[in-house]
Design a protein around this ligand. Structure first.
Ligand code: ADP
Ligand code: ADP
Length: 228
């Protein structure tokens, strides 16, 4: 699903955010990405969702070589990747339904299909009853679940999350992680950037550790599905 081969990223100001990063994430795999602030986690995720381009090396996502994707094709390629942000980036002047529908509207789905898919996504995150509300009245955990519904509404094979539980207390964080596991169980690949080490330790998934732009550790852990 994800293949990085000796990927370097140097920002225009000269900052080297990624140095020779190589790793693979298999189809259907879920892994964490961790490391101190400034280690390069967000940059790595941005290369996968084409918000930034690699300076050198190969980025291959879902069989597509991102070095060869033209600017014009970026929106189409991005549809296959669901992004979840720490601050969830919801639009507070629109309903929960409309927030989740946005990616489908942009992609030009027919009206009826949008209704069906949005409700399926809201059902998966347990928020079907709140579709008409404004996200502003929801709790932090619920807002993040709306963000997750929006990310999965297209049914992308790959989900990326950047500090998805950064603003949540431990119980709500565990709830969000449980949701991610449910998507993983139906075959979705996930890469989750987080510096919540205690949460990661409890989850028993592969963990990639970054330090100063380099991948310094890649720890495989017994897979959950094998344990349970
Ligand atoms: P993390 O997500 O692990 O905190 P980042 O990927 O955000 O790390 O940042 C890695 C390094 O790249 C840091 O030194 C950061 O200051 C730098 N950086 C991030 N974005 C930019 C940018 N747009 N321009 C210049 N430097 C950047
Ligand atoms: P339909 O296939 O008719 O659109 P659903 O939207 O309910 O029906 O999804 C069917 C199945 O696909 C569900 O079991 C769902 O969990 C699973 N699925 C596969 N990939 C994803 C994804 N990226 N996001 C959400 N569900 C997914």
């Amino acid at each position: 699903m994800i293949e990085f081969a000796q990927v370097c990223k140097r920002y225009p100001n000269g900052q080297e955010a990624l140095k020779q990063v190589s790793f693979e994430l298999a189809d259907g795999e879920m892994a964490f990405l961790t490391g101190h602030s400034g280690a390069g986690k967000s940059t790595l995720l941005k290369l996968i969702c084409l918000m930034e381009r690699a300076t050198s090396g190969q980025v291959i996502i879902n069989g597509r070589n991102f070095n060869r994707i033209s600017r014009r094709k970026i929106p189409t390629v991005r549809r296959d990747i669901g992004m979840i942000f720490q601050d969830h980036r919801l639009l507070f002047d629109r309903s929960v339904f409309d927030n989740v529908a946005l990616p489908l509207l942009i992609a030009g789905y027919p009206h009826r299909e949008i209704g069906r898919r949005v409700r399926a996504a809201l059902d998966k995150v347990g928020l079907l009853s709140k579709e008409k509300h404004s996200p502003i009245i929801l709790s932090g955990g619920e807002q993040q679940r709306v963000g997750i519904a929006r990310a999965v509404v297209n049914k992308p094979p790959l989900l990326l999350a950047d500090e998805p539980t950064g603003n949540l207390d431990p119980d709500l964080s565990a709830e969000i992680m449980h949701l991610f596991e449910q998507f993983n169980q139906v075959g979705v690949s996930l890469l989750i950037a987080s510096h919540d080490l205690s949460l990661i330790a409890r989850m028993h998934y592969r963990t990639l550790v970054m330090k100063e732009g380099q991948l310094v550790q890649d720890q495989e852990v017994a897979n959950h599905s094998e344990v349970s």
